[in-house]
Design a protein around this ligand. Structure first.
Ligand SMILES: N=CN[C@@H](CCC(=O)O)C(=O)O
Ligand SMILES: [Zn+2]
Length: 417
């Protein structure tokens, strides 16, 4: 049996405890904050949470048997959850960054064979070992930024072999790396050039071959589609998501990122767990998402990187939509692994409060990828995924931006940073 771990005397302990579903409205400001907080951990799981005085009374006599961490003057939170990433890919696209600064648009570059197509070529050409090594380094970086669980999408293959290659790498890394990985199949990330003019054939290939192959090996939990003008229409997206659903995959949608296209509305209609991006979501789409309880997964680093106006996070929260936030880690529109930066940007560019940003990056993110029973909050019975930050309160974490404040990270009770 492992020695218990006792983290005590934290200036602030953000538990985000309580509640059932993803948080919306005023609940998004409820941090379950404990001043002078303390957590007792046994066998990788949280056993008890309270003030240090309460925990001294309960566990004081076993202090010598435990590994004790004094967190005086520091903030402790749940491990962050990143609910939207494309972290398994080959190559990089720094030249496109320069082209965009010179005026080229994201879609122009993609339509000219760059963008997602360029990464798909580099991913197809990479060996499994090369992809594994690069993805592992990105996971290490997530961990250094306080992220203990990530969602990861395929979609840089768009042929069965490479889609499976990406998903197999996520499976292996999930078994070997401390960060937990929740896999999403995203064969519908773009229309591959070899199917130009034969888009319907590619949709049929996804539905008839790729989805059955991916699900027969149980390689994915979610199914995602890039529903965008010039990529997948809402009608094609619906068919792909419904086919996935028949095979047990839960729908997600890249919706209304570049143009308003009814993606938010579609997410509500197909009962997607979340809709992603939403920079151009309509009022009607936001209202429908609130009604259907679809989680808005907002990506303010992507908006910044593409020099676009961020999604209407403030309005969405006020309209009752549960909101989560993510890095969108990918080689084109957001090559970052920093969830702390994303929390900062959620405050600055979407007028979310420091508390809302933390709820969005923890329990709501956990709900968006179906891991709410084991991650996203500090509650008895959950995995001991915790971050100690070198700041004195949660406001300071969002206020001192662009700096990595991570002091230590525990995954399932093991100190990993
Ligand atoms: N917009 C679509 N997909 C990714 C970007 C992929 C890429 O540019 O490589 C996103 O979520 O931002
Ligand atoms: Zn994405």
């Amino acid at each position: 049996m492992r020695r218990p771990l006792w983290i005590k005397n934290a200036a602030q302990l953000v538990t985000v405890a309580g509640g059932k579903g993803p948080r919306s409205g005023p609940e998004m400001s409820d941090l379950g904050l404990i001043e002078d907080g303390s957590v007792w951990i046994e066998n990788g799981k949280i056993k008890a949470v309270g003030t240090t005085a309460e925990m001294n009374a309960q566990f004081g006599e076993w202090e010598e048997d435990a590994d004790v961490i004094e967190a005086y003057g520091k903030l402790v939170t749940p491990g962050l959850v990143d609910p939207h990433t494309h972290f398994v890919y080959g190559g990089s696209r720094e030249k496109e960054f320069e082209m965009r600064l010179e005026g080229a648009s994201y879609m122009d570059i993609m339509n000219a064979g760059g963008g997602i197509h360029a990464t798909a070529r580099m991913t197809r050409e990479s060996t499994e070992e090369e992809l594994y090594g690069q993805a592992e380094r990105r996971l290490d970086s997530f961990l250094r930024h306080g992220v203990t669980t990530v969602e990861g999408k395929s979609g840089y293959g768009m042929d069965l072999e490479t889609e499976l290659k990406q998903l197999h790498i996520m499976k292996q890394l999930n078994e070997r790396h401390p960060v937990d990985i929740v896999p999403t199949f995203m064969g519908a990330h773009a229309i591959p050039p070899e199917y130009k003019g034969r888009e319907e054939e590619f949709v049929s290939l996804i539905i008839d071959e790729m989805i059955p192959a991916v699900t027969s090996e149980k390689l994915a939990v979610f199914n995602d589609v890039f529903c965008e003008i010039g990529v997948y229409t809402p009608e094609q997206s619906r068919r792909i998501l419904e086919a996935g659903r028949r095979h047990g995959l839960i729908p997600k949608i890249h919706a209304d990122e570049i143009e308003p296209y009814g993606g938010a509305e579609l997410a509500a209609e197909v009962g997607a767990i979340s809709a992603e991006h939403l920079l151009k979501a309509s009022d009607e789409g936001i209202r429908k998402m609130a009604e259907a309880g679809v989680i808005a997964c907002l990506l303010p680093a992507t908006a910044l990187y593409l020099r676009e106006k961020a999604a209407r996070g403030r309005e969405m929260i006020d309209a009752g939509v549960p909101v989560t936030i993510s890095t969108d880690c990918n080689p084109g529109s957001s090559p970052t692994t920093s969830m702390p930066l994303v929390m900062n940007l959620a405050c600055i560019s979407m007028r979310m409060s420091p508390a809302e940003a933390l709820v969005a990056a923890t329990i709501n993110a956990a709900h968006a990828i179906g891991v709410q029973d084991k991650a996203g909050s500090i509650e008895p019975g959950k995995q001991a995924d915790l971050v100690l930050w070198n700041v004195k309160n949660y406001q300071e974490l969002q206020y001192l931006f662009g700096v990595n404040h991570v002091g230590a990270v525990w995954k399932k009770g093991e100190k990993v940073i």
